[in-house]
Design a binder for this molecule. Structure first.
Ligand code: NAP
Length: 221
């Protein structure tokens, strides 16, 4: 597939055998140590790393990169209303990395000012209730982001799938089942009505990372 004016998107996640990326209480310690090493290797290779505001507010991830990089990594939070706390770990552990908060024009000026002061670059993508992901990716492309790793959570993953912006999926499946209709699955959102509407993928790689099974899929067509 020819991709024009947007980064190549790799959606990466660790999930349980029953497809959850966090339990009903939002525990998301799913990856094996070996899988964490794979994630860090991938983070070291991409130009951008994107997460949703739900993940920032729930997990407060550091999003560190444990391997040397040639250029700073750009970490993007998809956050329509600029709810990212200025004392979030992504700021504390930023190192040389760039932080982008992607908002809509509905975000409060006061919050934007505080985030800028904390060192974030603000990218306004659309004027609706949610970030316009297609527009955001165009803007990231102009910022020289050619490869983008999306690390969830489930609602951002749906936004990316629905907007037809996912080129590759890498999923580590841990040998554990947690159940729970209130747990977060790999892809949330309203979902499609028919299977034939879904994102079609082809399996290109099967590997093991410790006890986890790592599957790599590329989009078909
Ligand atoms: N196991 C793993 O690999 C893994 C990885 C990451 C996260 N997680 C887990 O996932 C959970 C968080 O997932 P989540 O679904 O609650 O949150 P999320 O996907 O991280 O963030 C979703 C939020 O992003 C914002 N957003 C803005 N524009 C959007 C758009 N166009 N499409 C979709 N979202 C948009 C929305 O908030 P606004 O409307 O306020 O902008 C939305 O509620 C946590 O429990 C975390 O532990 C697991």
């Amino acid at each position: 597939m020819k991709i024009e004016n947007r980064p190549y998107v790799i959606l990466n996640a660790a999930m349980t055998l029953d497809g959850k990326i966090a339990t009903k209480t939002r525990d998301s310690e799913i990856s094996s140590p070996e899988d964490w090493r794979r994630v860090h290797r991938l983070r070291a290779k991409v130009d951008g790393l994107m997460v949703g505001i739900g993940t920032i507010l729930t997990d407060n991830p550091k999003l560190r990169v444990k391997h040397p990089r040639k250029n700073p990594l750009t970490k993007i939070v998809v956050d329509s209303l600029a709810r990212t706390p200025v004392n979030a770990n992504i700021f504390k552990y930023r190192g040389n990395d760039r932080i982008v908060i992607a908002v809509t024009s509905k975000a409060s000026k006061k919050k934007l000012k505080a985030l800028k002061k904390a060192g974030a670059k603000i990218v306004v993508s659309g004027s609706g209730r949610k970030v316009n992901l297609k527009l955001l990716l165009k803007k990231l492309w102009r910022m020289k982001i050619k490869t983008l790793m999306v690390e969830g959570g489930g609602n951002l993953n749906w936004g990316m799938v629905k907007a037809n912006l996912v080129d590759e999926v890498r999923v580590a499946i841990a040998p554990v089942i947690v159940g729970g209709k209130k747990a977060i699955t790999l892809v949330e959102g309203e979902g499609y009505t028919r299977v034939r509407e879904g994102l079609k993928l082809k399996l290109v790689k099967v590997e093991k990372a410790g006890e986890d099974l790592v599957l790599t899929y590329k989009r078909k067509g």
